[in-house]
Design a protein around this ligand. Structure first.
Ligand code: TYD
Length: 219
């Protein structure tokens, strides 16, 4: 996101079972209780067409979905999300918290499916017209821990989650590489830390971004 835009754009990223949704909800509640207007959303999804694409790409039973088709489906859902939901909310000065964004495509389709980071980034820059988060919170999870957490209670794994640990390990390293390449835009935390500790660290970092300039005063 450009510094001229009002609002604050935060993305939560990490492997499956990292606890992103829990932390996104905690952050959203904390900011709302401080009087900020928050929009919580997720990818793939966030719009009617995005939710349809979500079931097409995640559910089993649609036959073979090759890597490029998969990358394009995530990018299509993201294009709608960025233009119909995220940009308008930022323009109103709101805080947007998304569960997954471009880094998920770079990690899952770029590294996991072997398409490479560069092509996937180019595709997504085009899809979003260059809309990037102000802060990405990366919850770093080891593949075996992630699998244990997401299958607790016998929850079924979706098409991506059911990939082997080697796939999830490639994804983990791709997320960490993205953070290492632009450390100022990331907060990297171990997903294994306790919920309260993580929530406090995330809120502290976000509050530092809200301090100066105040969202809404950046126009
Ligand atoms: P997620 O919403 O985190 O799953 P759930 O809430 O059902 O646990 O993400 C769905 C899956 O989609 C996840 O395995 C990661 C994958 N994914 C990609 O492969 N590329 C992407 O660009 C995105 C956004 C998600």
């Amino acid at each position: 996101m450009s510094i001229q835009s009002p609002g604050l754009f935060i993305a939560f990223e990490g492997g499956d079972g990292a606890g992103k949704s829990t932390q996104a909800a905690r952050l959203s509640d904390a900011l709302e209780s401080r009087g900020l207007s928050v929009l919580r959303t997720r990818e793939p999804g966030g719009t009617p067409i995005g939710e349809k694409l979500r079931s097409l790409v995640l559910d089993h039973g649609h036959g073979t979905i090759d890597a490029r088709t998969e990358a394009l489906m995530f990018a299509a859902a993201r294009a709608a999300h960025a233009s119909q939901v995220i940009r308008p909310a930022l323009a109103e000065g709101r805080v947007v918290i998304t569960d997954r964004y471009i880094d998920s495509s770079v990690a899952y389709q770029g590294a996991g499916r072997g398409l490479g980071a560069e092509g996937v980034l180019t595709l997504n820059d085009w899809a979003t017209e260059g809309l990037h988060p102000d802060l990405t919170v990366l919850l770093d999870v080891a593949p075996t821990d992630g699998r244990q957490r997401r299958t607790a209670g016998d929850a079924a794994e979706d098409r991506l989650e059911s990939e082997p640990d080697t796939f999830h390990s490639a994804i983990r390293h791709a997320f960490l590489d993205l953070a290492a390449a632009a450390p100022a835009g990331y907060l990297v935390l171990p997903a294994s830390a306790d919920i309260e500790t993580l929530a406090a660290q995330i809120l502290e970092r976000v509050e530092s971004l809200l301090g100066d300039p105040v969202p809404g005063d950046r126009l």
